[in-house]
Design a protein. Structure first.
Length: 139
């Protein structure tokens, strides 16, 4: 049974021939997959177009990936991403990439929201804090 995680999203990830280097998925491809997961998160929980209309957008400050096992062209790959922390100014998401139902990589990404007028950090929007808090109240 999978543990329930705050605002989790999941996508099936196709492995493309151009993702392969020396018979396995290249390390840089995982960065693209994490971007796909963050975009899925935004689509489901905090739409980017609405953020931009309100004058702000998310930025990525750092990425850490721990590679557990190689992924090959024929593997069935699933990606999952969830919010692990929301501070006053910074957010943290965690992700896992599964290959044939086994963890192939785990990742942590940190970021913030910035004003589009001055490129300065702004507080995490209250509505996002509420969604995160509501999840914890239910679970």
């Amino acid at each position: 049974m999978q543990v329930s995680r705050p605002l989790e999203v999941e996508i099936a990830i196709p492995v493309r021939t151009y993702d392969i280097d020396v018979g396995i998925v290249s390390n840089i491809v995982y960065i693209r997959w994490l971007e796909d997961l963050r975009l899925k998160f935004l689509d489901e929980h905090w739409q980017l177009d609405k953020q931009m209309e309100q004058g702000y957008a998310p930025i990525l400050a750092g990425t850490e990936i721990e590679y557990k096992r190689p992924i090959k062209l024929i593997d069935k790959v699933i990606g999952r991403l969830w919010v692990s922390n929301l501070g006053r100014l910074k957010w943290t998401v965690q992700a896992e990439i599964l290959s044939n139902d086994q963890v192939a990589a785990i990742a942590t990404q940190k970021g913030a929201f910035i004003s589009l007028q001055n490129n300065r950090p702004i507080p995490i929007p209250e509505e996002l804090h509420k969604k995160y808090s509501d999840f914890h109240e239910v679970n």
